[in-house]
Ligand binder design. Sequence first.
Ligand SMILES: [Zn+2]
Ligand SMILES: [Zn+2]
Length: 128
Amino acid sequence: MQQDQQRLRIALGNRSRCCCKPMFIGRYAHNGTVKACCERCGRLFPIDQFAFSEAVSKLKVPCAECGEAMQPTSNVDGLGSYGFSCECEARKLLSDLVPQISRALGTGPPGTDTSAGNTPYFGKAEMR
Ligand SMILES: [Zn+2]
Ligand SMILES: [Zn+2]
């Protein structure tokens, strides 16, 4: 369960529209899509291609297969997912590198992530 600790916290170059605070890239638990997340309020924003390439431009992602630096790509899987590809054909999804949003924030908004911990809240259905 400590896995996410090793994940990359990638900051976006621009600030959030809601709080004017830094944003980082996180994985949305429900469907694995990556979003920009406001550090302050946790609001999610889509990441456009420009923001992605800017955010990862200084990042070095070594290939697990050959050790070379991987290249960022906005269509790593043929479905338009951000990720990294290598000359040796190895590929990595961006969503596999970044933390789950609710975990990265410490406390997720209720209902967005059921795997982050037990929410005793709504735990029992007592309607009969
Ligand atoms: Zn915000
Ligand atoms: Zn490689």
